[in-house]
Design a protein around this ligand. Structure first.
Ligand SMILES: C[S@@+](CC[C@H](N)C(=O)[O-])C[C@H]1O[C@@H](n2cnc3c(N)ncnc32)[C@H](O)[C@@H]1O
Length: 463
């Protein structure tokens, strides 16, 4: 197989990024935007010993699941990768993705339930993040291209709310009127990012500037007032670093309220600039209800590990006499404490600030001696630290509900809890399957339609 040559092949499988997989000339070829069963003409862009990477030139026989993407920027933007597949088939793809991760990573062959769909296939996000760059004399507002920091200009985004196009247009006008420059590595610039979060129909807008120099704040407020028809708050943030971190340390409230109140499943909360919130309100409700439904009633203690701003801890506390949240970010713990007070649950809930790997071993040891314990885990993509898994295997709580946005690390940790995997000399090896836990259910949730991402809940009970 040679670079820049065209080939014809049939897609035999779909990879974890939603790309078609063709086996040809002894190589495994990954071709984005092709789908299972399709015969395609593709051009080889890159090869190495075992793999090649291609680009679709023509779909010769399209899959019956293929649909026309509704976004003009779909093939350039790195945000979505499944818009060319019908929504029904996206759910099938994600169910298989989770099933295969359990098989491949942990040698677990367990029924994965149907993916819980999002009520909205589009316009479901409550959080928009727009980098602004300056390239060859032009400012670009949009999203990053796949695996790159090149900004693809965008004028609307169908998975983000309808106000997205107004926000983009506001910033084009503001930049033009004041002759400002977006981020360009190694060069002087004025602003680099705009983030917007919708809470209960109101917007929290943050503009990240390089420094505190005044850049005609009033003109920005005037344009926002003329183009938005909802209440909003405006923050300025300052970030002069060369790293990928979006925000600098300081936020300045320029207009509006510092946070907005909302309610989810009967729990009242306040959302500010830094609090973590799931991006899809509808699926978030379904996910939280499902998790709470899996936890037994009348337990003594529930531990919500990786608890964020404490919404789930508050919901879980209704099933238990006592609830603990563990979270590493101070602002999130402060929000969780405020949320507990706001809902009259502060006597029942303790929100602990720190790393789960440091807090969990002693905490679970202590509460296990006092009565029954259920644990919810919702770690970031890298999954749980070994110390957290070891603490669970030692204390053996009644049940564990593991929520994850990364099927491979979920499968690894579930493998360790069920014994299909084990640690040998600090390395993960195949186990005998006779672990402390057994799987009761695996259920994916489509928190992120049109993208390759999936949220999964695995319910484990002590054998
Ligand atoms: C996927 S979020 C889940 C948040 C929460 N359960 C929710 O649904 O809103 C993961 C959370 O874990 C926190 N986190 C990351 N590493 C951690 C660690 N080692 N110990 C405790 N919390 C951690 C993050 O700050 C983040 O809030």
């Amino acid at each position: 197989m040679q670079k820049n040559f065209e080939y014809i092949g049939v897609v035999e499988d779909v990879g974890i990024n939603g790309e078609g997989i063709i086996k040809q000339d002894g190589l495994v070829v990954f071709v984005p935007f092709s789908y299972l069963g399709e015969k395609i003409k593709y051009k080889v862009l890159k090869t190495d010993k075992k793999f090649a990477y291609g680009k679709v030139i023509e779909v010769l026989s399209p899959s019956s699941n293929r649909v026309k993407p509704i976004c003009d920027a779909y093939f350039k933007c790195g945000g979505c990768s499944l818009q060319h597949i019908s929504y029904k088939e996206q759910l099938v793809f994600k169910q298989n993705l989770v099933k295969n991760a359990f098989k491949k990573v942990a040698n677990i062959d367990f029924k994965v339930e149907c993916v819980e769909p999002s009520d909205n296939e589009f316009r479901y996000r409550n959080k928009l993040q727009l980098p602004i760059s300056y390239d060859k004399g032009e400012n670009h507002i949009g999203f990053y291209a796949q695996n790159s920091h090149r900004v693809i200009p965008i004028y609307d985004c169908p998975i983000n709310p309808v106000w997205t196009k107004n926000i983009i247009s506001v910033f084009h006008d503001y930049i033009k009127i004041n002759d400002l420059k977006g981020y360009s590595e190694g060069e002087n610039y004025d602003l680099r990012e705009v983030t917007v979060r919708e809470v209960n129909g109101k917007l929290i807008i943050v503009v990240v500037f390089k420094n505190k120099k005044d850049r005609n704040t009033q003109s920005l407020i005037d344009i926002l007032d003329s183009k938005l028809d909802c209440e909003y708050s405006l923050f300025f943030n300052y970030n002069d670093s060369t790293s990928n971190v979006i925000y600098g340390e300081e936020f300045r409230l320029v207009k509006g309220e510092p946070s907005y109140s909302s309610e989810l499943l009967g729990v009242k909360f306040k959302m500010g600039v830094l609090s973590f919130m799931q991006v899809n309100d509808n699926v978030c409700e379904k996910l939280y209800s499902y998790v709470v439904g899996k936890i037994s009633n009348d337990i003594d203690t529930v531990i919500d590990a990786y608890s964020g701003a404490g919404l789930m801890t508050a919901l879980l506390s209704k099933n238990a006499k006592r609830a603990y949240g563990i979270e590493i970010i101070k602002e999130a713990v402060d929000s969780a404490n405020a949320l507990a007070r706001f809902n009259g649950l502060d006597k029942k809930i303790s929100n602990l600030l720190g790393k789960c790997e440091e807090i969990m071993p002693d905490l679970i040891d202590k509460v296990s001696k006092e009565g029954s314990v259920s644990v919810v885990l919702d770690p970031p993509r890298k999954g749980c630290d070994k110390k957290v898994i070891d603490a669970l295997l030692k204390a053996r709580p009644n049940e564990i509900v593991y929520v994850s946005c990364m099927p491979s690390t979920l499968a690894r940790d579930v493998g360790l809890l069920t014994g299909t995997l084990t640690y040998e000399n600090e390395k993960i090896e195949k186990g005998n399957g006779e672990g402390e836990y057994e799987i009761k259910s695996i259920k994916p949730f489509d928190m992120f339609p049109q993208t390759k991402h999936v949220e999964t809940v695995c319910h484990l009970v002590r054998k």
